[in-house]
Design a protein around this ligand. Structure first.
Ligand code: ADP
Length: 766
């Protein structure tokens, strides 16, 4: 149609358009017509005051949705589609009236189609009036150019650019554009906070001080990817390490892309856009994860532990570490059912254990579990010991899907220990002393050969009665009770006891010891008892005691005579004979000391022979203490003080209690040379009275404190400087204990000692 028009033109008049060459008298009509029809704009020639269409081109037809036949001769107003916005008729009116040409740019017109859909168009509009004075003819040439696409694309770009800028600035990742020469133009807030400052004119490519590969190899600036990009066709993404100006190193993924197209190119020609994604945290946690994974892998592959998993109800072996494989020998384990791969385990309760863990979801542990394992298929099983734990593996909540087995092969350890205990047993068997082992609860486990030989009792009897059957009847009850106490309190026992020898029926003295054997966490696992024969020494000691006893008795009578004669001589001497009087006084003093010693020795032998009796009377303890104090004050240089409560009357052996107080005062005096005071402190308590004798002397070290009450005990380093036999405190303790009282000491070396005794309130004679 177009071709038809252009080629034929108006003058040819071959088409069916309703215009004639006389209608266009102004210029070369054919040329005008051709131009008119080919212009890619909406054109129309309007005539008359009501703007009748005289000529239209194809775009005009398209705009109105009508053919030229339907248009020519019609009023413009009637053929235009419904529209709003730019008012063309008003413009035409003005042009018609004034004759002035109208030029309008990008006039917005909203067209509504038959379906009431809105379309927005932008037009450049030009209206010119042509007036033929000769025939008084006014025509308007309407030129409308559709610029909708241009306007919209510009608007689109404006919108895109704004959006891009917003996103660019707000994006959490550092971003920047770089010119071909490395200068940085556009950058966002994240860029500034990442690098710690804004880029300056002299900055090139990046603000990183140094750039490294992810494996920490330094990249020289000439090879920085943001720079190399300009010699490449494609953008690049790489993992790098940036050393910032602060010295901090950050792991990043750097994206770099050239701006090659679109509107951006016109704004930032010859530039690249670079995006930095900071992955330091991820890299660090990846490193931690990798390290953990390595450790787990090492543990799994290298640790001397057995690790394996079984999955599902039929216990398919899904994981076997090298150690576990070694434990079971050269056999296909993985992807096999336990039952098939390790048939020997079935009869040993292993499947039962797995089933229990699988069904209950409760872990199971075992120590030194004995398993017989075949080193290979159809080979003879060998004993192996393992410590193991079977943990359920949960997939969903409460859903056990498998079991993790973790174990230690302790075969070597157990066999070694068994060998050691065999050796120890052999040693114990050959020991020339009674030895036995019992369980933590006291069940008899083992008696050595010497025990059976010495006691002559059968194994059966030993397992029931043990040592009890050979204890001397006089001490059996008290010793059994003491043993029980020790067991309850988990403490050792050491005492002299008499055990019957089968060969001659003799009860021989032994030092018996009972000691707890504890495990690593302090639990008693066994008790070991031993008895060493000390009969010979004991007999010798008894003989010595007997000798001391006899000698003391024998000495006592002549010493009393000597003392009497000395007193007589002393009295007969003239007071003027000072020298002789002094000699007699000294001799009397020595005889008294000797007499005291002999009395003490006699007391000891009486105590040994259980012939020590108390002569109980009712007396006032206060009076006794005062008289002891006065007496001591008379004898010693120290100042003696009596403090505290006033004790009343008590029932006790007055002479023996005085002996105890005198002994304590004598020791306080003896062991605090050069000190000035000795205190006697009395405290009335609910059930009795506590008396304390306190000195400020040499004191007693902790390890000697308990022993000072033993017979013949003396602190060795002091023996040389202080006279004594080490029996005073022994006798005192025995006296107090026989009054149902108790005695103890507190002391600090170099500070002094306090000896206490407690006497219960025996107000009535027993
Ligand atoms: P001794 O005759 O040796 O004094 P004791 O039985 O009275 O015998 O005392 C036993 C040991 O206790 C003494 O050898 C001494 O080492 C120590 N002892 C007793 N009383 C005191 C005291 N008040 N201060 C320091 N050591 C003391």
């Amino acid at each position: 149609m177009k071709e038809k028009f252009t080629e034929k033109g108006l003058s040819v008049d071959t088409n069916d358009r309703q215009h004639s060459k006389t209608d266009l008298p102004f210029i070369d009509q054919k040329m005008l017509f051709n131009i008119f029809m080919q212009v890619p704009a909406i054109l129309a020639v309007l005539t008359g005051r009501d703007f009748m269409l005289q000529l239209v081109n194809e775009p005009f037809e398209l705009l109105c949705g009508k053919t030229d036949k339907e248009l020519i001769g019609k009023r413009l107003e009637d053929v235009l589609p419904p529209h709003g916005g730019f008012d063309i008729l008003k413009v035409l009116d003005t042009v018609y009236e004034t004759g002035e040409t109208y030029t309008g740019k990008e006039k917005k017109v909203i067209v509504v189609n038959e379906k009431f859909e809105n379309y927005t168009y932008y037009f450049d509009v030009n209206c010119q009036l042509y007036y033929n004075e000769q025939i008084d003819d006014k025509r308007i040439f309407l030129f409308v150019y559709n610029v909708t696409e241009k306007v919209l694309s510009r608007k689109r770009f404006n919108f895109t650019e704004k959006k891009f800028t917003d996103i660019f600035y707000k994006l959490p990742n550092p971003m920047y554009t770089c010119h071909e020469d490395g200068s940085i133009h556009l950058y966002n807030e994240a860029f500034v906070s990442f690098f710690g400052r804004k880029p300056q004119q002299y900055d090139r490519w990046s603000l990183a001080k140094q750039v490294f590969t992810k494996k920490c190899v330094l990249i020289p600036e000439c090879d920085w990817p943001f720079k190399l990009l300009f010699h490449k066709d494609q953008g690049e993404k790489c993992e790098l390490i940036f050393e910032l100006e602060s010295g901090e190193k950050r792991n990043v993924i750097s994206y770099t892309e050239r701006i090659t197209q679109g509107e951006l190119k016109s704004v930032y020609p010859l530039s690249s856009i670079n995006v930095i994604v900071d992955i330091t945290e991820q890299v660090q946690s990846r490193l931690v994860l990798e390290k953990t994974a390595r450790i787990i892998k090492n543990l799994y592959t290298q640790a001397p532990v057995l690790i394996g998993t079984v999955t599902g109800e039929d216990f398919v072996i899904t994981l076997v570490n090298p150690e576990l494989q070694k434990f079971f020998g050269r056999r296909q384990l993985e992807n096999q059912r336990v039952e098939e791969a390790l048939p020997e385990l079935k009869s040993q309760g292993v499947l039962k254990t797995l089933k229990s863990v699988y069904n209950t979801g409760k872990a199971m542990v075992g120590t030194e579990q004995l398993l017989f394992i075949s080193p290979g298929k159809n080979q003879k099983a060998r004993p192996k010991y393992i410590n193991y734990s079977c943990q359920p593996i949960y997939e969903a909540e409460n859903q056990v899907t498998g079991i993790l087995i973790f174990g230690y092969d302790v075969t070597k350890l157990v066999l070694e220990r068994k060998k050691n205990s065999e050796n120890i047993k052999k040693i114990m068997e050959t020991l020339p002393q009674i030895t036995s082992i019992s369980s933590s609860t006291g069940t008899k486990i083992y008696f050595n050969r010497f025990f059976y030989k010495y006691s002559g009792i059968s194994k059966k009897e030993a397992s029931v009665a043990g040592w009890n059957s050979i204890l001397h009847p006089s001490m059996a009850k008290s010793i059994i009770k003491e043993w029980e106490n020790c067991r309850e309190e988990k403490k050792s026992f050491c005492r002299e006891i008499r055990l019957k020898r089968k060969s001659d029926g003799m009860y021989r003295w032994h030092i018996a010891q009972l000691k707890p054997v504890k495990n690593a966490i302090g639990e008693v696992i066994n008790w070991v008892a031993s008895a060493v024969d000390i009969h010979e020494q004991k007999v010798k000691e008894e003989r010595k005691d007997e000798f001391i006893s006899i000698a003391s008795h024998e000495l006592k009578t002549p010493l009393t005579t000597v003392s009497a004669y000395l007193q007589l001589i002393n009295e007969c001497l003239d007071d003027k004979d000072v020298q002789m009087k002094t000699y007699a006084g000294k001799a009397l003093g020595s005889v008294k000391r000797l007499n005291d010693l002999i009395s003490e020795l006699l007391d000891v032998s009486k105590l040994q022979q259980d012939k020590f009796t108390l002569n109980l009377t009712t007396f006032n303890l206060d009076v006794l203490l005062k008289s002891a104090m006065e007496n001591a004050q008379y004898q010693y240089n120290h100042k003696i003080f009596l403090f505290g409560d006033q004790p009343g009357e008590i029932v006790a052996d007055e002479e023996r209690i005085l002996q105890v107080v005198n002994n304590l005062l004598s020791n306080a005096n003896k062991y605090s040379p050069g000190k000035e005071e000795i205190h006697i402190i009395v405290q009335n308590q609910k059930g009795g009275t506590v008396v304390c004798v306190k000195d400020f002397g040499i004191g007693i070290s902790a390890d000697h404190r308990e022993k000072v009450f033993e017979r013949y005990f003396r602190v060795s380093e002091k023996e040389r400087y202080y006279e004594g036999l080490g029996i005073g405190l022994f006798i005192s303790m025995q006296i107090i204990q026989r009054h149902n009282g108790s005695m103890w000491v507190t002391s600090e070396p170099g500070q002094g000692s306090s000896f206490y005794f407690f006497l219960p309130n025996n107000k009535k004679m027993p």
